[in-house]
Design a protein around this ligand. Structure first.
Ligand SMILES: *Cc1c(COP(=O)(O)O)cnc(C)c1O
Length: 421
């Protein structure tokens, strides 16, 4: 079971709304920091352990600044994400660049920042060499193929576009070494939103075993094993979060056996989690705009799929609290909708919720990762503001809402006047 409490009461939230109109995303600094500390503490047995926050999950520099203070690095996979790292003053091995189908200008930027480059394909050794030059340290992304059963979101590894095959891994390190690369890392990521800690233990075991084989065959030292992201969160109240301490203990057993046992220590363990770090600590706050009774009962919010598309995209469950009615005994079944001209614009379908009225405040939970970040502008919808609830209760706007002017910013209406038809 997971408690679906809010980090603010009704009065506090009403005060926030009086300053910042709904809809908006709000992040809980205390929650993010507490989780970051737990994560670091769980792995404190591993010298040099580091979590690289997958910035795509919530690409806001204010949040990243907090996580940087908690000793997290940043995991980037695009030009804008590298630029974000740059603007945050992040450099060198604070940055993991895990991309795929990568263009040359991104490799150039990654090299300029001294980021750890994690190659997704064997052909990219030569591509990187020609475009940006090979760095001293190189990492390769392993795709274990049918060695590992897939999980729901990412699918079967053999079908996934990511990573190198087992044979290619050996070849890649051999080529890289022959081209003068001196330091090596290894990476894999085969799960997304996985709640079973054993899954990560097994992933670590697969990677540790491969390290032993590669080191044995090529005589190279692999410095770090990046276990990727994919740590799930309990979106549903009946689910349980991943027990980090247990997971770490079990990974340590594998480490002692395979890494230390084969004289391969030290090996730094890295993660590049996004969802688990900020997901549960972000909330989409909106208001009931209209109630509608037809063949079904609908509660229409002032937020829509543009603000959080996971329910529409994956049929994902997001817990919903009608603020001030948490213990309401009278409930009704609702489809909770937005205003997009798409019938899948629903935050919940047939959800039993307290009886609602227009103006009620509705909070959608676990929106802190892949929430605002996945926003889009279809139907002329605008992305909302992002707020941060500081540890002392202060609320800071960390991104303003888009305006219609932003929406039109890439169009030239002056040019339109000259445009003869
Ligand atoms: C998306 C992604 C992550 C983060 O995944 P989460 O599920 O948010 O933990 C990490 N690494 C890579 C390469 C990714 O694509």
């Amino acid at each position: 079971m997971t408690n679906k409490n809010l980090p603010f009461g009704k009065e506090k939230l009403e005060a926030i709304i009086s300053q910042h109109p709904t809809p908006f995303h709000i992040y809980d600094e205390k929650g993010i920091r507490a989780y970051a500390r737990r994560f670091n503490n769980a792995f404190d047995w591993n010298e040099g352990f580091k979590e690289y926050y997958a910035i795509k999950a919530a690409p806001n520099p204010y949040l990243m600044k907090i996580m940087k203070q908690e000793r997290f690095g940043i995991d980037c996979s695009s030009m804008a994400e590298l630029e974000m790292a740059d603007r945050l003053g992040m450099r060198g091995e604070e940055i993991m660049f895990t991309s795929n189908d990568t263009p040359d200008y991104e490799y150039l930027k990654a090299r300029e920042l001294g980021a750890i480059i994690n190659l997704d394909d064997i052909s990219h050794i030569e591509y990187l060499e020609k475009t940006a030059g090979l760095p001293e340290l190189l990492c390769f992304r392993y795709n274990p193929g049918n060695l590992k059963a897939g999980n729901l979101i990412i699918g079967h590894p053999e079908e996934a576009k990511y990573g190198l095959t087992r044979e290619q891994m050996f070849e890649a390190y051999r080529i890289a070494r022959s081209k003068g690369v001196k330091r090596f890392g290894i990476h894999t990521m085969v799960a997304s939103n996985e709640l079973d800690p054993e899954y990560f233990v097994e992933t670590a075991e697969i990677l540790f075993t491969l390290i032993a084989e590669i080191s044995g065959e090529l005589g190279i030292h692999i410095e770090f094993a990046n276990l990727g992201g994919g740590i799930g969160i309990p979106y549903r109240p009946e689910q349980k979060e991943v027990d980090l301490e247990y997971m770490s203990r079990r990974i340590r057993e594998k480490y002692d056996e395979i890494i230390t046992g084969n004289g391969l220590a030290p090996l730094r363990i890295y993660f590049e989690s996004g969802r688990a770090i900020t997901g549960p600590y972000g909330f989409l706050v909106s208001k009931v705009l209209h109630l509608k009774d037809t063949y079904k009962r609908f509660a229409g919010l002032d937020a829509c799929m543009v603000n959080l598309m996971r329910p529409a995209m994956y049929g994902a469950y997001h817990h919903i609290t009608v603020v001030g009615k948490e213990n309401g005994t009278t409930t009704q079944k609702y489809d909770v909708t937005g205003s997009l001209c798409e019938n899948n614009d629903k935050f919940a379908i047939d959800r039993e919720l307290p009886v609602m009225e227009p103006g009620d405040i509705v909070v959608i939970h676990d929106a802190g990762a892949h929430g605002h970040a996945m926003g889009f502008n279809y139907n002329g919808k605008l992305k909302s503001a992002e707020l941060l609830l500081r540890e002392d209760g202060e609320v800071v706007q960390i991104r303003r809402a888009e305006t219609v002017e932003d929406y039109f910013a890439t169009l030239d209406f002056e040019g339109l006047k000259q445009f003869a038809v």
